[in-house]
Design a binder for this molecule. Structure first.
Ligand SMILES: NC(=O)C1=CN([C@@H]2O[C@H](COP(=O)(O)OP(=O)(O)OC[C@H]3O[C@@H](n4cnc5c(N)ncnc54)[C@H](OP(=O)(O)O)[C@@H]3O)[C@@H](O)[C@H]2O)C=CC1
Ligand SMILES: CC(C)(CO)C(=O)C(=O)O
Length: 280
């Protein structure tokens, strides 16, 4: 049996693939959706799940909450917690309190509005070997799953992508494509990625691909998407910036590495959150 905590964009993506594998997972929600519609490839359908308050005896708990909500899920965790989040710090907060946890990296793009999600970008789900049986179930449901021996390099590559795209598009209030189209945005993204690469190297993490090429590839592939940070700032919602550029600043300053571009973007997004406060 498999559990999911957080039935939002990513949580519904996991339920969608599990359903297609003939699995009806147990789901713990916060704001409840009695029914949840998932759309992919122009087809929409109701997700099948058992709404529970306690997951009971499950082999895996997929954690699909925003990084800043991580601590709130710890009492709910059962079996191996598979934490599917962007950025760095959310998984670590869970691991500290619930050691039987592993991170996952999701490069699919899913747009959620209320109790409905739409698959907007096909990507991959990266999982460590400890989540092998979850990987098999998701593959059975048609997901592109990559099982890796070491997921940290993949997490840092995704962090570079988010550090370079999210804050820039959030502050410009433009689609991801501005990072490729506008020379100013592209130069900024390149500087941000350079700092992330330096911090990763100092931590002994070998980023598996050229991070700037990956940023430009993803920005082009999701050029019409509005990044989660841009969506959050547009709606005056809290962002995950503390776990994106904020993490680069935290590690950079601890290691004595200058990260001025990440710091500037981090401070600007935090300032925007303050300006927004109370206008949600
Ligand atoms: N959306 C995407 O395309 C992608 C997102 N990600 C990452 O995945 C993570 C999840 O993001 P996303 O799915 O977009 O976010 P959403 O806000 O769409 O979904 C998060 C869900 O978790 C619920 N939740 C929060 N705390 C709890 C709790 N304690 N118990 C039960 N449910 C809870 C929220 O409830 P409520 O509805 O009440 O707020 C919400 O439904 C983030 O780190 C994000 O950056 C990674 C790749 C792609
Ligand atoms: C990769 C990217 C930028 C796609 O929009 C994303 O993960 C996000 O919006 O948070």
């Amino acid at each position: 049996m498999i559990g999911v905590v957080g039935l939002g964009a990513v949580g519904s993506l996991f339920v969608y693939f599990l359903n297609r594998a003939g699995i009806v997972p147990r789901v713990v929600q916060r704001r409840r959706c009695p029914e949840y519609v998932f759309c992919a490839g122009g087809q929409c359908g109701g997700l099948r799940f058992t709404d529970v308050a306690d997951l009971g005896d499950v082999e895996y708990t997929v954690v699909a909450v925003k990084a800043y909500d991580s601590a709130s899920v710890v009492p709910l965790l059962r079996g191996v917690a598979v934490v599917a989040q962007n950025g760095i710090g959310g998984y670590e907060a869970i691991k500290e309190r619930y050691p039987n946890s592993v991170p996952a990296v999701v490069t699919y793009g899913v747009y959620r509005e209320g109790c409905r999600s739409e698959l907007r970008g096909v990507g991959e789900i990266y999982l460590p070997r400890a989540a092998e049986r979850l990987a098999e179930a998701l593959r059975e449901g048609g997901a592109n799953v990559v099982v890796v021996d070491d997921i940290e390099p993949v997490r840092w590559l995704k962090l570079a992508v988010n550090a370079a795209i999210n804050a820039v598009t959030g502050l410009l209030q433009g689609p991801n494509g501005v990072v490729v189209a506008l020379p100013q945005a592209r130069e900024l993204a390149s500087a941000v990625v350079g700092e992330v690469a330096k911090v990763a190297e100092a931590l002994g993490v070998k980023i598996p691909k050229d991070p700037l090429e990956e940023v430009l590839r993803i920005a082009a592939a999701t050029s019409k998407n509005i990044s989660s940070t841009a969506q959050d700032l547009a709606k005056c919602r809290r962002t995950e910036i503390d776990y994106l550029n904020g993490t680069v600043v935290k590690y950079g300053e601890a290691l004595g590495i200058d990260v001025p571009y990440n710091k500037a973007l981090y401070l600007l997004v935090k300032a925007k959150e303050v300006l927004c406060a109370g206008r949600e």
